[in-house]
Ligand binder design. Structure first.
Ligand code: RB5
Length: 147
């Protein structure tokens, strides 16, 4: 797996249960995980946690992160407000693989109310294990900087 630094994980109340499962799964695989919260199913505002995670990647303290909310949509919107973040909402395995190969996604987002935890584990594993293909895809990512 290509995580040079610890992996960040964050969620809102709707993603809390899935976050706990994924944390345990990744820890068992030997990953160092830093959890930015939230820490319960008490209702919170997803932008607070999406921002907390995204800022630490923008600052260079971490390379990659995982965000979970109810649908994954809100967290994706928040994370993608930062030019340095390429957050991909992946509620299926194919997207998880392709967002690494073609988009070099540095944040994986999932919907805790959309998919089950077993699929979420497979998605996370595929996202972590799949390298970026560079080449023409790097040219395309370079164009993000012109926006
Ligand atoms: C919380 O109810 C829900 O709106 C949130 O988890 C997320 O799905 C937003 O996009």
């Amino acid at each position: 797996m290509n995580t040079a630094k610890a992996l960040l994980i964050g969620c809102d109340h709707a993603g809390y249960q899935m976050k706990e499962v994924i944390k345990e799964y990744l820890t068992a695989l030997g990953h160092a995980i830093e959890d930015v919260g939230t820490d319960s199913e008490t209702s919170v505002d997803y932008p607070d946690y999406g921002n907390r995670l995204a800022r630490q990647i923008v600052d260079g303290r971490y390379d990659r992160g995982i965000l979970i909310c109810g649908t994954g949509i809100g967290m994706s919107m928040v994370a993608n407000r930062y030019p340095e973040i390429r957050a991909a909402l992946c509620n299926d395995l194919f997207s998880a693989i392709m967002c690494r190969r073609h988009n070099d996604a540095n944040v994986l987002v999932m919907g805790g109310r959309v998919i089950g935890t077993e699929l979420a584990k497979e998605i996370v594993r595929a996202w972590l294990d799949t390298p970026f293909e560079c080449g023409r895809h790097q040219n395309r990512l370079d164009k993000f900087c012109e926006m």
